[in-house]
Design a protein around this ligand. Structure first.
Ligand SMILES: Nc1nc2c(ncn2[C@@H]2O[C@H](COP(=O)(O)OP(=O)(O)OP(=O)(O)O)[C@@H](O)[C@H]2O)c(=O)[nH]1
Ligand SMILES: [Mg+2]
Length: 319
């Protein structure tokens, strides 16, 4: 039976083979165990990993004091990278799982997720990388904030049915402010792209929770979601795509129909010249003009190199 190993597994396996310290090996193995597909075909591999892990744990126990911190960093894939965060049990993994179909574990008890796990969300014709993270707590490790900082945007999952909504929201704000990811009195100009999801809206006390959230975080449009009932997910996907501030541009060879399957992804506000640069440096240097098709008034008209493109524009380059 094929094991169907995911890119994150293979990546962790590679790092495991190169790892020098016991701590690094343990971290890689834990990651591999968390992301390996759980079916019959991987049963033996999983058993082997367990044995190796327990041996490494024993080794580590013997030489404590040589502690080296674990660190996580993910190379960006697709149109952008979006980190999902929140306090315990709010439904972070449920969101990532339903949007990407990845193997992250969902459970009714807290601290289910112990390491970050990635999955790809397909939105129309683009792929967006989501990172599920362990719960944010009073003593979350520095790498969690590193992931939030380096992501193109972040999604805060709030459980609006939780009894401790007030405390957990205040905790998140405090920790985010400490990491300069949320505006504070000292630093009001933070501009991290952040979406806030009010999850578990299917619960009877969710309406009340939403009111509390509005008071704690005014002037914000929350995305109301119920993963259990699959409600609000289309809106969430659209808002995630929009949070990346990118546009899709399709290229068209001269005299042929455009390729509508593989858009060029570029920053909002980019020009014809920027699109050409994304394709090839030499190509950009030789660019003369382009023809444009859009949903508005262009139907093959000539536009110059500085023309600012919109999402879903089709361009034909002339060099
Ligand atoms: N009623 C209800 N329950 C939900 C919803 N979304 C998730 N849950 C449940 O909430 C519990 C926690 O879900 P997870 O996705 O594991 O939450 P998490 O935030 O990843 O949890 P940790 O990784 O432990 O921090 C599970 O029992 C889910 O089934 C929802 O929209 N409504
Ligand atoms: Mg989780």
């Amino acid at each position: 039976m094929p094991a169907n190993l995911t890119p994150q597994y293979l990546e962790a396996d590679k790092r495991f083979k190169q790892a020098k310290t016991t701590e690094e090996k343990i971290a890689c193995l834990q990651e591999m165990m968390a992301v390996i597909p759980k079916h019959k075909g991987t049963e033996k591999m999983r058993a082997d990993m367990k044995t190796r892990l327990s041996k490494l744990m024993k080794q580590k126990g013997k030489k404590s004091g040589t502690h080296r911190a674990v660190w996580y960093h993910f190379e960006k894939q697709g149109a952008g990278q979006v980190a999902i965060f929140g306090t315990v049990n709010t439904g972070k993994s449920s969101v990532v799982k339903i949007l990407t179909g990845c193997q992250t574990e969902v459970a009714p008890y807290p601290f289910t997720t112990t390491i970050p796990i990635t999955g790809m969300l397909i939105y129309e014709d683009v792929q967006i990388q989501l990172i599920d993270t362990p719960p944010l707590t009073e003593d979350s490790p520095p790498w969690l904030f590193h992931i939030l900082r380096t992501a193109d945007s972040v999604v805060w999952i709030v459980d609006v049915s939780a009894d401790d909504l007030l405390e957990t929201t205040e905790l998140c704000i405090k920790k985010l402010q400490g990491a300069n990811l949320y505006p504070s009195a000292e630093n009001p100009a933070v501009n991290k792209k952040m979406l806030i999801v009010a999850n578990k809206t299917d619960q009877p006390n969710a309406k009340f929770g939403l009111e509390i959230l509005k008071e704690l975080i005014p002037n914000t449009q929350f995305i109301e979601v119920s993963v259990s009932r699959a409600q609000g997910l289309e809106d969430l996907k659209t808002r995630i795509f929009e949070s990346l501030d990118v546009i899709r541009v399709y290229t068209k060879p001269q005299g042929k129909p455009p390729d509508l399957t593989d858009p060029v992804i570029m920053k909002k506000g980019g020009s014809v010249m920027d699109a050409a640069k994304t394709l090839h440096k030499d190509f950009a240097a030789k660019l003369n003009y382009a023809r444009l098709w859009d949903n508005d008034k262009h139907n093959g008209q000539r536009v110059d190199r500085n023309y600012v493109l919109k999402d879903k524009d089709i361009i034909e380059f002339h060099v």
